[in-house]
Design a protein around this ligand. Structure first.
Ligand code: ASC
Length: 154
């Protein structure tokens, strides 16, 4: 039992100590992973936005479903901004500041996750006004990170 427990502990310690880059076979995989998560997050955030702007009818259950996806997706992209993707040749909109000002990037990603948690809580109140307020502040967190760390489309 003691041996089993220490093996589990050792295995956990190894996984936790493994650099993020080692979790992707190649840098292109990390790029694909983070772009996929951000794309799904954008799609579902957009569905909530359609409801808060009145372009789509308010459907409380659909809002919760989308907010759950947004909250989950908001946790995923960040470990995939591995150092070895900075020079990756595929076209991406990642700015070099992600790596040169990584503390701010990390703060922004944490702020987003904080906001998406509140967005989910707001969706779960089944109240459109709550959803509107949380949608607006989550959108601010998206934008503030994009302003500093995402290249404009040419
Ligand atoms: C969206 C989306 C974003 C954010 C951002 C908020 O719907 O895809 O990236 O909102 O535009 O400013």
């Amino acid at each position: 039992m003691k041996i089993a427990a220490s093996l589990v502990f050792a295995a956990t310690a190894i996984v936790m100590a493994t650099p993020a880059s080692a979790q992707f076979a190649k840098p292109e995989d990390a790029v694909k992973y983070r772009q996929s998560a951000l794309s799904i997050m954008g799609t579902h955030f957009g569905r909530i936005g359609a409801m808060t702007s009145g372009k789509a009818p308010y459907d409380a259950k659909a809002a919760v479903d989308s907010a759950q996806i947004v909250a989950t997706m908001s946790r995923l992209p960040w470990p995939a901004f591995t150092a070895d993707t900075e020079k990756v040749t595929v076209q991406t909109r990642a700015k070099p500041e992600i790596w040169t000002n990584n503390a701010k990037f990390k703060d922004d990603s944490e702020q987003l996750q904080n906001e998406t948690g509140k967005l989910l809580a707001a969706a779960q109140t089944n109240n459109l006004d709550n959803l509107k307020a949380a949608f607006a502040s989550t959108g601010k967190a998206c934008k503030s990170c994009h302003d500093d760390f995402r290249k404009d489309v040419k």
